[in-house]
Design a protein around this ligand. Structure first.
Ligand SMILES: [Cu+2]
Length: 691
């Protein structure tokens, strides 16, 4: 094995295990974001100056920290208060972490510790938090902290609007509290709704582990919460069994801490938060589900392992249609789904390890698939997701609903932000006004570079800027082979970093993508964007019913990943790949980084000019002036000549700083200071606005 590769590999490990050593500036930045709530915003521009070399680039990219996924990306974790429950009801955070409780309902709410140790009242000043109000609570000690809303929970604090915060590395299994053990087989008991039970919830509450709840056609205006393991929840008709949140209830169907629950053949719509939602479970299966126009995610598994989501459709969510978050190893498969009309088709914050996104269709979103790392959630970094055989099409939907911070991810097919060792193979990626595949670093508490991505045998066309983009100051161990494409930025990725080559050069580039995205982030922060309304996204046509042979199998979901291992034996193109290739209008990709990031706007143009052209101008003037000075001194120093040419910026900078120059002092100073200074100013303005 080549020495260079080994060295890179070593660095890869270094970045994964000890990233903090290079990120003190970024950490300060993030603390400021938290503390600004307590009016202690401090100046970090001195640190920025010191770190300019690395961090100017890093900060640009940092604007993308929030690109993908959550609104919880500025260093704290949210718990939403809705009418009348907490979401998620079980939230895990780091020791010393902060939870922001936000009332997004219409009723007044609060959160008070069962042992009275803390309360949102301490921060907010009143127990009466109305819609839009927020309060922060910090948890300095590890432990399990149950809490409740004094308005909407019973006096014994056991029923109603209750939740639990788990802090740090402590064992907590809500199921052991319930004393219900999962079972691997159906009990043979079927509980029918509405003939035996008037609502889905009453059937669920009556069920024992291993029972099936079978739901007849109807619109069910309820919020179903499942805490009993191994239930099979099944609709008799996928398109006619509908759980409707009516834009007032939080989640249509939620599974909290109950292992092995399968949900099949039904529709969820109009929930304020999520359509189908598993949280903190081991074993889950979703099949033949339709989720549309839900206010956060369509189909969502969080803090959960060993799952399969298949033959499903989700659309019209202002975050993502499908989301697998915070798991390692996830042991999860998404297979044969369609995601459209959302901000993100797929979001996968800190999710990976035996995670397969295969043979699915991601189209008409803001961005197709976007795995990313966030320090504010557990288990960073995102790593080892496999994206095989998908159709990724037309993710340029300006009418889609989105939250501000997803705006800069517009117009990309597959976007990896701060992920490690992801595998992207045999995907058809067509018609994205920015990039087909783009790898970016991601800055939050740590500066996460996207390393070790394998990009193989993909077909990419019709990208506005470039088909494959490796953005940011540097990235290592990525490889590119066998792709069908027109352009890459930087040039020659397949030639310099082939997957079979023993050498993979460290490469970065495309800083203009970062600057454009930064401008869009500023626009987002200032509200200069117009999101579509998730409530009025297109209503999907009838989706395929669960086939009879699948209906004949009634089984809890204790080991779905193992049961579906046949799906992941090898990468294959999507069965409809030929059809999409024939229909797609994707022509060759061109233009490149000369073009501003789409859809741009005034700021994007300004930032593009500064960020894209200024470095060239600075480079040219510094280099020219250095050679002019050498000429005037009649000095022919080969060492300096080589340094100036071979070490961009730093070579000529060192030359100008070494003294003895024939150039007047005012000229040298204004050239050096104004060149870098304007660039720094542009970056600082953006950072101040964004954080
Ligand atoms: Cu309440």
């Amino acid at each position: 094995m080549n020495v260079f590769y080994s060295t890179f590999h070593f660095w890869l490990m270094e970045f994964e295990s000890t990233p903090r050593s290079v990120t003190s500036v970024m950490r300060n930045k993030k603390e400021n974001a938290i503390l600004s709530n307590e009016k202690t915003r401090t100046d970090s521009s001195r640190g920025l100056l010191r770190w300019l070399g690395l961090s100017a680039g890093a900060l640009l990219i940092g604007s993308l920290a929030a690109l993908c996924g959550d609104s919880s990306n500025l260093g704290y974790v949210h718990v939403d208060m809705i009418d009348n429950s907490f979401s998620p009801p079980l939230q895990r955070i780091h020791k010393g972490g902060t939870i922001v409780f936000k009332n997004i309902g219409r009723n007044p709410h609060n959160a008070v510790a069962v042992d009275d140790a803390w309360s949102t009242e301490n921060d907010f000043g009143s127990l009466n938090m109305m819609g839009g109000d927020k309060a922060s609570v910090t948890y300095p000690e590890e432990g399990v902290f149950p809490y409740y809303c004094t308005f909407h929970a019973t006096p014994d604090q056991r029923v109603g609007m209750v939740g639990t915060i788990v802090v740090g590395n402590v064992e907590y299994n809500p199921q052991t509290a319930k004393k219900a053990e999962p079972v691997s087989e159906w009990t043979g008991v079927t509980r029918r709704v509405p003939s035996d039970y008037p609502t889905i919830q009453t059937a669920v509450d009556a069920a024992d582990p291993g029972d099936m709840v079978l739901i007849a056609p109807g619109v069910y205006k309820e919020e179903v919460v499942i805490t009993t393991p191994s239930l099979i929840i099944r609709g008799e008709d996928r398109n006619k069994v509908i759980v409707d949140g009516e834009h007032v209830r939080g989640n249509a169907v939620t599974v909290v801490g109950a292992d092995g629950v399968a949900i099949e053949n039904m529709t969820a719509r109009n929930a304020v938060l999520n359509g189908f939602f598993w949280t903190s479970v081991k074993g889950y299966r979703g099949s033949h589900l339709t989720a549309y126009n839900n206010g956060d995610y369509g189909i969502y598994a969080f803090d959960s392992q060993d799952g399969v989501i298949k033959h499903s459709y989700a659309s019209g969510s202002p975050d993502s249609s499908f989301y697998i978050g915070q798991c390692y190893p996830c042991k999860a498969i998404i297979h044969d789904i369609v995601a459209e009309y959302s901000a993100l088709g797929y979001s996968g914050t800190n999710a990976g390890g035996e995670l397969y996104l295969i043979n699915s269709i991601w189209k008409n979103n803001i961005v197709g698939l976007a795995p990313n790392t966030l320090d504010s959630e557990l288990l960073p970094p995102q790593r080892e997701a496999t994206i095989w055989g998908n159709i990724v099409l037309n993710n340029n939907n300006i009418e889609a609903p989105f939250v501000a911070l997803t705006w800069p991810s517009f117009g990309n097919g597959i976007l990896v932000a701060g992920g490690l060792r992801n595998h992207i193979e045999k995907n058809i990626i067509i018609n994205h006004p920015n990039n087909g595949i783009v790898m970016l670093p991601n800055l939050q508490e740590n500066f996460w570079l996207s390393h070790g991505t394998v990009v193989k045998d993909n077909y990419i066309a019709g990208s506005g800027r470039t088909d494959i983009s490796l953005s940011g100051p540097i990235s290592m161990g990525n490889c590119f082979s066998g792709n069908s494409y027109s352009t890459t930025i930087p040039f020659g990725l397949e030639h310099f970093s082939g997957c079979d080559s023993p050498i993979r050069y460290m490469m970065g580039g495309d800083m203009s993508m970062m600057m454009g995205a930064m401008a869009m982030m500023m626009d987002a922060k200032m509200g200069n964007f117009k999101s579509g309304d998730y409530k009025t996204q297109p209503i999907p046509e009838a989706q395929p019913e669960m086939p009879e042979d699948m209906k004949a199998s009634i089984k809890p979901a204790l080991t779905p990943f193992e049961d579906h291992s046949y799906l992941i034996e090898k990468a294959a193109f999507h069965p409809d790949a030929q059809k999409y290739l024939a229909e797609a209008k994707g022509g060759p990709s061109y233009v490149g980084s000369v073009q501003t990031v789409v859809p741009g706007g005034f700021l994007a143009i300004v930032y593009h000019i500064f960020a894209y052209l200024l470095p060239f101008v600075v480079y040219a003037s510094w280099t020219f002036m250095a050679f002019l000075d050498m000429h005037q001194k009649k000095e022919n120093n080969l060492g300096w000549t080589a340094g100036i040419i071979l070490v961009p910026f730093l070579g000529s900078l060192a030359y100008h700083l070494k003294g003895g120059s024939t150039l007047p002092g005012w000229l040298r100073k204004s050239m050096l200071i104004s060149g870098g200074g304007v660039f720094l100013l542009v970056v600082l303005v953006a950072v101040a606005l964004i954080f």
